[in-house]
Design a binder for this molecule. Structure first.
Ligand SMILES: C[S@@+](CC[C@H](N)C(=O)[O-])C[C@H]1O[C@@H](n2cnc3c(N)ncnc32)[C@H](O)[C@@H]1O
Length: 320
């Protein structure tokens, strides 16, 4: 089973130490009600050995062994990794295996990175971090410590497997909770929330919860779905959006800036807008499920299958 004690030790002497008042107890509760497959996934994590490797986190997430694995070893490791499908966010290049995930998360990182205050020596929270691809890229930028929170247990296990293949690097850690379960720490220099806001039923509460984790003057990096329109335009899908059941609010950029200012963020600016392409989100051999091509109107890719505007995403930066 995944052991969070090294993380508790790591934060004990940092500005995150107040978290120790609530986190260990919350994770004890969490352990009692995990997903039915969690024990099976965690066994795969336990099973994999850490073999010293050369690590590259600057332009990709990669581990390279001095001595390449044999064809049989590649086959066995691939088999174990595939037991943790679907692999959504990546890609990872580990021990000669290319985990070609559904999303080219590096595309998003390339859109976001040029606009950030330098991450060197910063303490960072990545809310809704998925399997942790962007967390490793933050480590690659010199972050002091990166904490991701994401309630999906499969992603925790994917993260822990990748960590093992990256020399058991402890500069990034994933905590399997939702943002709303976190006590307000006001301790992170940068907080990322990418691809989460539209999944929240109460978006203004989400923005306030993000603010409560930042040091004064800290930087928020918010990436979310947007629609074209003015300050009064917000799409609330009647039923599904791009076949997703859990999409609640898709604002225009102006409406989103208004929300951020309303909860007290300053210096709010939109730094990027991009329509999601079929190169960025696509079906690969690392997932069995459908992907973007199946979520769009087959006769008009500017619309979702339900007739809404096709996914377009914005990156907003603000200060607390
Ligand atoms: C669309 S993915 C985005 C992943 C990654 N941040 C990215 O931009 O590629 C949304 C993630 O948010 C997570 N999530 C859902 N509800 C959450 C919550 N209440 N708090 C934190 N994360 C949440 C999901 O498990 C999922 O991994």
């Amino acid at each position: 089973m995944i052991d969070f004690r090294p993380f508790y030790q790591q934060i004990a002497t940092t500005s995150l130490s107040p978290w120790l008042e609530t986190l260990p107890l919350q994770l004890k509760q969490w352990e009692k009600q995990t997903h039915g497959d969690y024990a099976k996934w965690a066994k795969i994590v336990d099973f994999l050995p850490t073999v010293p490797a050369e690590i590259n986190l600057t332009d990709k997430v990669e581990s390279k062994l001095d001595e390449p694995l044999s064809a049989g070893e590649v086959q066995r490791l691939t088999h174990h990794l595939k037991q943790l499908m679907p692999w959504r966010k990546g890609p990872y290049h580990v021990h000669g295996i290319h985990i070609d995930c559904e999303w080219r998360s590096d595309f998003k990182w390339d859109r976001v990175l040029p606009h950030l205050s330098p991450l060197k020596n910063r303490t960072i929270l990545d809310v809704g971090c998925g399997s942790g691809y962007h967390m490793w890229r933050m480590v690659g930028e010199g972050a002091k410590m990166v904490v991701g929170i994401d309630p999906t247990e499969l992603f925790l296990c994917q993260f822990e497997v990748i960590r093992k293949l990256l020399n058991n690097d402890r500069r990034a850690n994933l905590i399997p909770l939702g943002i709303e379960q976190m006590q307000p720490l006001q301790a992170f220099d940068t907080v990322f929330s990418m691809g989460v806001l539209y999944h929240r039923k109460s978006p203004l509460d989400h923005l306030s919860q993000l603010k409560a984790q930042l040091v004064k003057g800290g930087e928020l990096v918010l990436e979310t779905l947007v629609i074209d329109g003015d300050v009064n335009d917000v799409l609330v899908p009647a039923d599904r959006y791009a076949k997703m059941k859990n999409v609640y609010f898709i604002p225009s950029v102006s409406a989103l800036i208004n929300w951020l200012e309303k909860v007290g963020f300053k210096n709010v600016r939109c730094v990027d807008e991009a329509v999601t392409t079929l190169e960025e989100q696509r079906k690969t051999e690392w997932l069995e499920n459908e992907s973007l091509i199946d979520f769009l109107d087959p006769n008009d890719h500017s619309k979702t299958i339900e007739g809404y505007p096709a996914p377009k995403r914005a990156v907003i930066i603000a200060n607390s």
